[in-house]
Design a protein around this ligand. Structure first.
Ligand code: TEU
Ligand code: CA
Length: 541
């Protein structure tokens, strides 16, 4: 929400909308980075960790926002982006000056190899992960954009700086951190070359920097020095983790983090060529992945549950049907996710069933990932522009970044000026005001799910068991806590689907807890004909 008409959402804007969050029932807000930043990567490139980005407001605005959240019983989790900083951070400005500079070892510098980069790693955002710097005739490592140099965690001074800045914010009273790519902070010694695909110059070097050799040593040190001193919540963003890795990061007795974001379910619609190689997702893959995380973390570590965030396309467009069954499928996906064990995350607008956007031109996009990709494949390469624009429509991160749709007035009530990125034109129909007025809206369904979780321990602690593993249309599972059993049934398609109860479960339900169509009369659950995208949650005993 933009409070001053410059087209950019800001802290005062957030404060003005806290009652909306309260009404939805949220317990904790995770705020994307709001620190000083030249905004090469939407604030994930920080030039001052102890101040607020000018466009977003002042430290006074921050303090007021935090106190207004706390007044409403809402906690605040901040984004901690310390795998890298901005190249405009004073540490990096110093570091690049000379090899003798006291800040030199804050970053990862290497001489070139045979006149080119020190190794062949590809950046997350296209091209080499190294950039040459004339001043000292060396290269620095940047896993993300070239304006995001990687910090050198081997250097204890860097770790101390990080712990100090975390303490700075915790002492202000914030309630935790979401830790950006925290499993990339330890790189394998020697930074070895990776194996490129045939005909490629650069290669994915993930095996040399994800879940690296010292990552648990560093996080345990961070826990001991900082996290353990506060009553807070932590979640690590950890692409490429398995449930076994997650048990190390977030195991109940590990003294590291409270939970991690895993990515396996966000890869189901990528082909062998990676994110931009579109492939149809399969319900069977989703079943295997989600169930593996439920089963393998049970009793050992805590799951995080998400379908959306600022890096992902909108879930209703991706896994539902945003044309014919937008409301039904958005509610079905919410049911599927929120009834599982773990902490559910709702990304702004998900609770309205906001959809992907398809901007007509590359110029309409703002994301550095998209622009670097376009430059590499289209401007400098010979790729098919229409095909790539289509992939961007389907997968681009800006799908999640069009402004929040508050009402049907100009620019969805988000700003009185020109928004920093185009609005999704469907705000005229899909917006918070309309959703609040409609008792059958996606919003009120999310509100109900949150309320159920607040009031039923089985939703929090119940054991998850997948049923109907081989059913081609239905995702179904039970939750069990003591004598209590709930049954969750989700039709993932726009066609009718037949549900048959497996043996061993009560044939008559006690109660229909929630569903996304008008309630069914009968509590006989032996056989059910499910309507398109229908979702049902029964209490069986
Ligand atoms: O993302 C890290 C990450 O690995 C991905 O989610 C990445 O954005 C995606 O694969 C690109 O297709 C985190 C932040 O969430 C993201 O917004 C930042 O751009 C990135 O780190 C760098 O800080
Ligand atoms: Ca503003």
């Amino acid at each position: 929400m933009d409070s001053n008409g410059d087209g950019i959402g800001d802290l005062k804007g957030i404060t003005s909308r806290l009652d909306y969050l309260k009404e939805l029932g949220v317990d904790v807000v995770w705020l994307s980075p709001i620190y000083e930043s030249p905004n090469d990567d939407n604030g994930y490139d920080i030039s001052n960790y102890r101040d607020v980005m000018r466009e977003f407001g002042t430290m006074e605005d921050f303090d007021e926002m935090l106190s207004e959240m706390h007044k409403r019983g809402i906690k605040l989790v901040m984004d901690l982006v310390v795998n890298h900083s901005s190249d405009e951070h004073p540490w990096f400005i110093e570091s690049r000056k000379s090899k003798e500079n006291p800040f030199r070892d804050y970053y990862i510098w290497r001489p070139g190899k045979d006149g080119s980069e020190p190794n062949n790693w590809v950046s997350f955002f296209s091209g080499s992960a190294w950039k040459y710097d004339e001043a000292t005739d060396e290269y620095f490592l940047h896993l993300f954009s070239s304006k995001q140099p990687d910090l050198n965690w081997e250097n204890p001074k860097v770790r101390n700086e990080v712990y100090d800045l975390m303490t700075f914010w915790l002492d202000k009273g914030i309630d935790g951190f979401r830790m950006d790519v925290i499993n990339c902070i330890s790189k394998v010694e020697g930074l070895p070359d990776a194996t490129p695909a045939p005909g490629e110059k650069y290669a994915w070097g993930g095996e040399f920097f994800t879940n690296g050799p010292k990552v648990h040593e560093y996080i345990q040190e961070m826990n001991e020095r900082v996290l353990s001193k506060y009553d807070i919540m932590t979640v690590g963003e950890t692409g490429g983790v398995t449930p076994q890795d997650a048990q190390l990061y977030a195991g109940y007795n590990r003294d590291e983090l409270n939970m991690v974001f895993q990515f396996e379910h966000t890869d189901v619609d990528s082909g062998p060529g990676g994110k931009w190689d579109l492939a149809p997702w399969k319900l069977s893959d989703l079943k295997v992945i989600m169930s593996r995380w439920q089963d393998e973390l049970y009793g050992k570590a805590w799951n995080s549950l998400y379908l959306n965030n600022h890096d992902q396309p909108r879930s209703v467009s991706r896994f539902g049907d945003d044309k014919n069954y937008r409301v039904e499928s958005a509610k079905m996906l919410a049911t599927f996710l929120h009834l599982q064990q773990g902490t559910p995350y709702i990304y702004q607008g998900e609770e309205l069933g906001m959809t992907n956007v398809a901007f007509p031109s590359i110029e309409d996009y703002r994301d550095v990932e998209i622009h670097n990709l376009w430059r590499e494949r289209i401007v400098e390469g010979s790729g098919d522009a229409d095909k790539l624009l289509h992939a961007i429509h389907v997968k681009g991160r800006d799908n999640a970044r069009t402004p929040m749709q508050w009402d049907a007035s100009a620019n969805a009530g988000f700003t009185k000026g020109t928004p920093w990125i185009g609005m999704n034109p469907n705000y005229v129909d899909i917006n918070a005001k309309a959703a609040l007025e409609d008792p059958n809206s996606v919003f009120h369904y999310y509100q109900k799910l949150v309320d159920l979780r607040h009031n039923h321990l089985i939703m929090v602690y119940g054991k998850y068991d997948l049923i109907l593993r081989d059913h081609p249309q239905i995702y179904a599972y039970t939750r069990t806590l003591g004598e209590e059993v709930w049954l969750v049934i989700c039709n993932f398609y726009g066609d009718e689907a037949e549900f048959t109860l497996p043996t061993g479960l009560p044939e008559t339900a006690v109660e229909l807890i929630v569903s996304n169509y008008e309630a069914r009369e009968s509590l006989d659950v032996r056989r059910l004909s499910l309507r398109p995208y229908e979702a049902l949650v029964y209490k069986l005993s």
